[in-house]
Design a protein around this ligand. Structure first.
Ligand SMILES: [Fe+2]
Length: 231
């Protein structure tokens, strides 16, 4: 099975190697950070056991209501954001790091650059999102005969989780001047499903796939690099 890691041009190979190392070493995700998080909160000594977390999600997924059961596992995990950061590291780039992928369950760590936007898109499978650092603003959309219209919003802060149904359409913004990090879990193979996205200005429906999303992450990382270069 091809493992797809969506991240910037400059880090694609490194992230791929990290993902490979994760699978090869029992999900030992590297150095524990002992400093303070971006929010200034001490990280503490606890470190999330990613291997156990993935195992717990797979077990929960066997229950009668898989999405609700997996959501509780995710909710418990993000209640200790310092422990999650100790395991996954402080986000420093836009990217998606795959923690688990099967035909019925996908788990990844998604990080947004400051003020990053993702246009309206669907998943075509249930989705649970938990935020462990930063903030993620969701606009929720409904499909209309012609296009889509905004029907709600949900701001997710650190420790918040949300469960989205299979027919959900959302757009995502990190409104903060720092990175946002979340754990995203889907009830299917996220990377092997052809979905839709909607142009953020015209709201025209377009096909969405890994290449399109990868280009967005590349653009964001390039933008961040230019800002760093400007100093
Ligand atoms: Fe999404």
């Amino acid at each position: 099975m091809t493992r797809k890691v969506l991240t910037g041009n400059t880090v694609t190979r490194r992230s791929f190697l990290i993902a490979g190392a994760v699978m090869a070493t029992g999900l030992n995700l590297g150095t524990v950070q002992r400093a303070r998080s971006q929010s200034g909160r001490p990280l503490g000594r606890a470190k999330m056991d990613i291997d156990q977390f993935v195992h717990d999600c797979i077990s929960a997924h066997q229950e009668t209501d898989p999405q609700a059961a997996v959501l509780e596992v995710l909710r418990r995990a993000v209640q200790e954001p310092g422990a999650v950061i100790a395991a996954l590291g402080e986000p420093t780039e836009a990217g998606i790091r795959v923690l688990h992928r099967s035909e019925t369950l996908t788990i990844f760590n998604a990080t947004w650059t400051p003020q990053m936007n993702l246009m309206p898109h669907n998943h075509l499978m249930w989705a649970n999102i938990g935020i462990y650092t930063g903030r993620e603003d969701n606009i929720l959309w409904h499909k209309t005969p012609e296009s889509i219209e905004a029907v709600g919003a949900k701001a997710l802060f650190e420790r918040d989780v949300v469960a989205l149904p299979p027919d959900a359409i959302h757009s995502v913004t990190n409104p903060l001047p720092r990175f946002t990090g979340g754990i995203h879990i889907y009830g299917g193979d996220f990377f092997d499903t052809t979905r839709s996205q909607w142009n953020p200005e015209t709201r025209a429906e377009e096909p969405s796939d890994g290449a399109v999303i990868r280009a967005i992450f590349d653009r964001e990382n390039d933008r961040m690099q230019r800002e760093r270069d400007r100093g």
